[in-house]
Ligand binder design. Structure first.
Ligand code: COA
Ligand code: ZN
Length: 312
C-alpha cells in the first residue's frame, strides 16, 4: 500500500441508510420520518442517496412505502436519488417515480442470490437485459451492483474472474457504472486493493463504487485500501445502520459520518458538511428505538477538544 501517496481531489459519498439500513430494522420507520430524514440528508453534501427498494413488499416489508417515499421527498438538483431494483417489475415502479438512477443488484454467489432474490444468476441477468431495454430513452441511468463480490456466506470466496465476468456482462448490457459490494462483511484490505486494481486495469473509464459492511470490524480499513487503489466513490450509512436480511450475522454498513471524518482527516475533501451529518445521525436512535454503531457520534470529532482535567 502506498497510503494515499496520490491524494484524490475529492471523494463522493452515497448514503444508503434509508435503504440498506431501514430494510432490516425490527420496526417500520413511518413514511413521513423517512421523507424528513432524506430531506435532511439532501442538505449535507452527499452525492447520492439510495432512497428505497422497489422489491417485493413480502420480502422487505419495511420498504413497502417505496412509491410514497420517492414521490414525497424534496429533490435537491445536486443529489442523485437512487432506487434499488431486482427485476423488471421493480424497474417499472422506479421509472413511474422518476428515479434518477436505478441500482440493479445480483449476488455472484449463486446461493446468496437464490436466498436474497429467489433467482439464479442467469435469471437475474435475464431480468437486467429486459430492464436495460425498458430504461433506454429515459433520463434514468443504471448502476449495476455485484453483491457478495468479496465472498458469499454460503459458497465462500468468489474468484476474481467471476467478479470481472459479472462486470463485463453488466457493461455489455449498457449499465453506466458498477458497485462492488461486500454484502456480508467478508472483505479484507489486501483483497480489496487487489480487486480494485484489477477492476481499474480492465475497465479504466468505468465509474466504480465500493460498498462495505463493518461486520468484522474491517469496514474502514477496506475503504482506505480501496481509496489507496484509486476508488473515489463509497456507499455508507448514516449511523452505521444496515445489513442484508439474508446474511447470517449481518451488521451495518460502514458509517457515513465515521467515513467522512476519516477521509477529511486524511486531507481529502468529500463535499460533506460533517456537522450537519452528525446532526442528522443524532436523530436515528429516537427514530429506531435503539443506539446506532457510529463512533464519531459518541466520541465527537478528533478536533473537539475538552477541558483539561484539574490536577488533584
Ligand atoms: N415489486 C413489488 N412486487 C414484486 C416485485 C417488485 N419488484 N417483483 C415481484 N413482486 C411480487 C409479485 O407480484 C408476486 O406477488 P404476489 O405473491 O402478490 O402475486 C410476488 O412478489 C412474488 O413474485 P415472483 O416473481 O414469484 O418473485 P419471487 O417470489 O421469486 O421473488 C423478488 C423475487 C426479487 C421479487 C424477491 O425475492 C425480492 O423482492 N427480493 C428483494 C430482496 C432484497 O431487497 N434484499 C435486500 C437488498 S440486497
Ligand atoms: Zn449492503
Amino acid at each position: 500500500m502506498s497510503m494515499l501517496s496520490r491524494r484524490p481531489e475529492r471523494v463522493f459519498i452515497n448514503d444508503v441508510a434509508v435503504r440498506d439500513g431501514f430494510q432490516s430494522e425490527p420496526r417500520f420507520v413511518p413514511t413521513e420520518d423517512k421523507i424528513r430524514l432524506i430531506d435532511r440528508l439532501s442538505g449535507t453534501g452527499v452525492a447520492k442517496i439510495e432512497v428505497t427498494s422497489f422489491v417485493s413488499p413480502k420480502a422487505i416489508p419495511n420498504l413497502r412505502d417505496a412509491e410514497e417515499v420517492m414521490r414525497g421527498i424534496a429533490r435537491n438538483p445536486g443529489v442523485v436519488y437512487v432506487a434499488l431494483v431486482p427485476n423488471v417489475r421493480g424497474c417499472e415502479r422506479a421509472l413511474a417515480c422518476d428515479a434518477d438512477e436505478i441500482n440493479l443488484v445480483m449476488s455472484i454467489g449463486e446461493s446468496h442470490n437464490l436466498a436474497n432474490m429467489r433467482m439464479s444468476c442467469e435469471q437475474s441477468l435475464s431480468q437486467f437485459r429486459q430492464v436495460m431495454s425498458l430504461v433506454r430513452g429515459s433520463r434514468t441511468r443504471v448502476n449495476g451492483t455485484i453483491a457478495t463480490a468479496f465472498g458469499c456466506p454460503f459458497d465462500g470466496d468468489q474468484p476474481v474472474d467471476r467478479v470481472l465476468w459479472a462486470a463485463e456482462n453488466y457493461l455489455n448490457m449498457g449499465m453506466q457504472s458498477i458497485t462492488l459490494a461486500d454484502t456480508t462483511g467478508m472483505a479484507q484490505p489486501v483483497q480489496v486493493a487487489q480487486l480494485c486494481r484489477q477492476f481499474r486495469e480492465m475497465f479504466p473509464t468505468i465509474p466504480l463504487t465500493l460498498h462495505f459492511h463493518n461486520t468484522r470490524g474491517m469496514g474502514l480499513a477496506n475503504a482506505l485500501a480501496a481509496l489507496d487503489a484509486g476508488v473515489v466513490s463509497f456507499d455508507a450509512s448514516l449511523g452505521g445502520i444496515g445489513g442484508c436480511p439474508f446474511a447470517p450475522g449481518a451488521t451495518g454498513n460502514i458509517c457515513t459520518e465515521d467515513l467522512v471524518h476519516m477521509i477529511e482527516s486524511c486531507g481529502v475533501p468529500t463535499g460533506v458538511d460533517l456537522d450537519r451529518l452528525l446532526d442528522a445521525a443524532r436523530e436515528l436512535p429516537g427514530l429506531l428505538g435503539h443506539d446506532v454503531p457510529g463512533q464519531v457520534l459518541r466520541a465527537g470529532k478528533r478536533t473537539d477538544l475538552h477541558q483539561r482535567p484539574i490536577a488533584a
